[in-house]
Design a protein around this ligand. Structure first.
Ligand code: IMP
Length: 424
């Protein structure tokens, strides 16, 4: 199968977990390269539901090996909890999970600062997952972050934690008027995390080099989606990492040329959690219908997701940014009961029609969707496994998307289970 990247091309929650799990059957390695515990990949295997935040979902396939690359921000107690949970289910993790020694850490003060700064923003809240993602990546860029290998070196850990905690405590206590952290407690916790994580820590850049040179098939598992990209998304209502394809190279330390397929994952409609503009949002009954039928509540936070029609303008933007070679459409069955289905084909911005997504948020906020309407299908696509079994209207809907994007749809997901999938 070569090396395949699986990337969200909307605002996250596209159902990447299921597709990664599905494609993992043909891969030897499943690797993550950006994001952190803000991701929540739900995978259902034989009726059992797994939600993974940090460990690549390939871990659910016996024998596959997984890497958490340097570009990921790692919350040590959360990672340890995930490892323990898998082990409790009888899933082997030792010798199958490799953690980059240079991945940055999400520390408890990052989570606190995430919550405090959200509160401070009041109405302009981003609606983050409160997992400390922004503060952890900020420290990385400010060169004040702690990394996985610091946990394994007590002297260095002491020095760096002391230095950084002084500043964090000052901000937490003096600016926010909240309780700070005790150095001794945090230091002891961090040493314990290091001890527990040590068996998994290695130089994943060297490991990836070997994997690529051996031509082992690799699956690159993206988190979040293109419209949440720190540079190319709807800033500031975005996450703090690059969620588009370039992040694979920096987040794992591999040169270009080793990704043979770039698979974009999109729902058959659109969802978004948190704040920020969303031109095709359906606020009334129709939106609620999609939310109910699609079970649109966050895997990480349980928050109800905002729902709306598919936005082809945004999708084209994501397709270009990622160089998509193919597309997967998920949750087609959610549209089963609808009489009419709409796709946004252009934006009307103060009377001007455009098919390009504006970069400026004020302009984007004014975008009114121009729709093309499709008739729904009578019947259900739930559980379909063959393209030919799809109702004509469902096929027309999908064919319109591929023609507009000039990208073939290779996979259609027709239900949450691994088997409820059409491969073309
Ligand atoms: P953060 O990544 O927690 O800082 O959150 C920033 C924005 O990205 C918020 O709107 C979140 O709801 C959104 N976000 C972060 N991770 C995900 C995800 O995995 N799925 C969907 N939205 C996400």
């Amino acid at each position: 199968m070569g090396n395949v990247a699986v990337l969200g091309v909307q605002w996250g929650d596209e159902g990447k977990g299921k597709i990664v799990d599905f494609l993992a059957q043909d891969a030897q390695w499943v690797v993550r390269y950006q994001g952190g515990t803000n991701a929540g990949h739900t995978v259902i295997v034989k009726g059992k539901k797994y939600i993974l935040h940090l460990i690549p979902s390939g871990i659910l396939h016996p024998g596959k090996r997984c890497i958490i690359g340097n570009g990921v921000v790692v919350d040590p107690p959360e990672l340890l909890r995930e490892i323990e949970e898998l082990q409790r289910e009888g899933i082997e993790v030792d010798d199958r999970l490799f953690l980059s020694e240079t991945a940055h850490l999400i520390m408890p003060y990052h989570k606190k600062l995430d919550a405090l700064s959200e509160k401070l923003k009041g109405k302009r809240q981003i609606g983050t997952t409160l997992r400390g993602i922004g503060p952890a990546y900020s420290d990385k860029m400010a060169r004040t972050g702690l990394r996985v290998h610091d946990l394994l070196r007590p002297e260095r850990l002491k020095e760096r934690l002391e230095e950084t905690l002084k500043v964090k405590n000052l901000i937490i206590k003096e600016f926010f008027g909240e309780e700070g952290y005790s150095f001794q407690e945090l230091y002891q916790d961090a040493l314990a995390w290091g001890e527990a994580l040590q068996p998994y820590v290695c130089n994943t850049v060297h490991l990836m080099k070997k994997v690529i040179q051996q031509k082992d098939p690799v699956l690159f598992e993206g988190a979040q989606g293109a419209l949440l990209d720190i540079d190319h998304g709807t800033y500031p209502f975005v996450t703090s990492s690059n969620t588009t394809v370039g992040s694979i190279f920096t987040g794992l330390g591999i040169p270009p040329g080793h990704i043979h397929r770039v698979m974009g994952i999109s729902k058959a409609y659109t969802t978004r959690v948190g704040g920020g503009p969303f031109p095709t949002e359906l606020k009334g009954e129709e939106g609620q219908c999609l939310r109910d039928r699609g079970g649109e509540y966050g895997a990480t936070t349980g928050r109800p997701r905002r729902c709306g029609w598919l936005d082809l303008v945004a999708l084209k933007h994501a397709a270009w940014l990622n160089g998509l070679t193919e597309l997967t459409i998920t949750k087609l069955d959610v549209l089963d009961t609808l009489k009419e289905i709409k796709i946004c084909v252009a934006y009307d911005i103060e009377g001007e029609l455009t098919e390009e997504m504006p970069a400026d948020l004020d302009t984007f906020s004014k975008a009114k969707p121009v729709y093309k309407t499709f008739s729904g299908w009578e019947g259900t696509v739930k559980g379909a496994t063959q393209w030919k079994d799809l109702p004509l209207q469902a096929r027309s809907y999908l064919e319109y998307i591929e023609d507009a994007l000039h990208i073939p749809i290779r996979i259609v997901s027709t239900g949450p289970d691994r088997e409820e999938t059409i491969i073309r």
